[in-house]
Write a protein that binds this ligand. Structure first.
Ligand code: P6P
Length: 337
């Protein structure tokens, strides 16, 4: 049956009707993010022509050289959120400190947004999929923004999502009632529902890890990689290795096809590389809503205590059976990360 044509705005309004007490603030916030994503998408699509490729002479808190489009995307999302006035503070990968907006009008500014405005940006110059990852919390403190408004654990998220700027541009998000994907129709300039009620297969045949770091991995991770590579027809092994080097792209492929993405702890990076607040937590909310699992190897990602805005976490995320097998390996090697 041909999917019913529905724009993101129509979908949000329709879903909002399921919550008669909702005042529409979260709906407007999601629409603000969708607008910024369309602006960023336009710039990415013409990056090679507009001289916005390449690096700035700035380094962000990650110690990574900021690509011009990183800075541009960060500015677009922060501006859209400030203008939309449903958000009172933004935690961004590109900003050392949180961006706090002036005290909002009464009834406004109820939300905090954590964002990686352009994840995988080092891939831009080679035309590989990049993305935006966002996480939305309700502010706790009704007056001035306090640290505990910003340091909420993943279970407190009210919504999470990502935009993938790839062969087509998609926005995928959840508000805790399932995961839905929208594809940008460049002619309409609208995100249209294309993947309703997304669920990740319990078992997949793709493992995604940077095997260049193999010698730095814990023994359990090495054993799991070897398990993936063994010949075993009943379990469909050997699996296929796919690693794009862009979390959003690797995650999105696994969400649709099934698979596991691993960024483990390793020598020189005891908590891996990825950021808990604006990479692991939002992806963990999405994958759990799609029937998958997300762990740091010991603890469910959404249960991890948030102690710092740019705190790192190891990440094992994807199909339930595959993450479970990886956790068994960790237990078998009784490794405590
Ligand atoms: P590595 C991109 O820089 C990123 O933050 C994620 O998008 C990606 O999954 C990871 O880093 C890739 O890291 O060390 O394998 O290049």
């Amino acid at each position: 049956m041909k999917p019913q044509f529905k724009t993101l705005d129509q979908f949000i309004i329709e879903k909002q009707a399921d919550f008669p007490n909702a005042k529409g603030e979260l709906s407007r916030l999601l629409r603000d993010l969708g607008i910024a994503a369309k602006v960023v998408n336009r710039e990415i699509n013409r990056a090679g022509l507009a001289g916005v490729l390449g690096e700035t002479d700035c380094v962000n808190i990650q110690g990574e050289c900021q690509q011009r489009l990183d800075v541009y995307a960060n500015e677009q999302f922060i501006t859209a959120l400030k203008r939309g006035s449903e958000c009172s503070a933004v935690v961004s990968e590109e900003n050392d400190e949180p961006v706090i907006f002036d005290s909002p009008l009464p009834g406004k500014g109820s939300y905090i947004v954590a964002i990686d405005p352009l994840d995988g940006s080092s891939n831009i110059d080679v035309n590989v999929g990049v993305g935006t990852i966002f996480s939305i919390y309700r502010r706790v403190n009704s007056s001035a923004i306090k640290p505990h408004d910003l340091l909420q654990d993943g279970n407190q998220q009210v919504a999470a999502g990502y935009v993938i700027y790839g062969s087509s541009t998609m926005l995928v998000y959840t508000t805790g009632n399932g995961v839905n994907g929208f594809t940008l129709d460049p002619f309409l300039g609208e995100f249209c529902l294309s993947y309703p009620d997304m669920m990740i297969p319990d078992q997949g045949r793709i493992y995604s890890v940077n095997e260049g770091n193999y010698n730095r991995f814990p023994e359990s991770v090495k054993q799991y990689i070897r398990y993936c590579q063994e010949e075993d027809q009943p379990t469909g092994r050997p699996y296929s290795s796919r690693y794009i080097g862009s979390l959003v792209a690797d995650f999105h492929r696994n969400l649709i096809k099934g698979g596991i993405f691993i960024y483990p702890p390793m020598i020189g990076a005891p908590n891996g590389k990825l950021r808990l607040v604006y990479e692991c937590n939002p992806m963990a909310m999405i994958i759990e809503q799609a029937g998958g699992v997300a762990s740091d190897g010991q603890t469910r990602i959404l249960d991890l205590e948030v102690r710092g805005l740019h705190q790192r976490s190891a990440l094992f995320i994807g199909s339930k059976a595959m993450v479970k097998k990886a956790m068994e390996m960790i237990e078998l090697y009784s490794e405590v990360y």
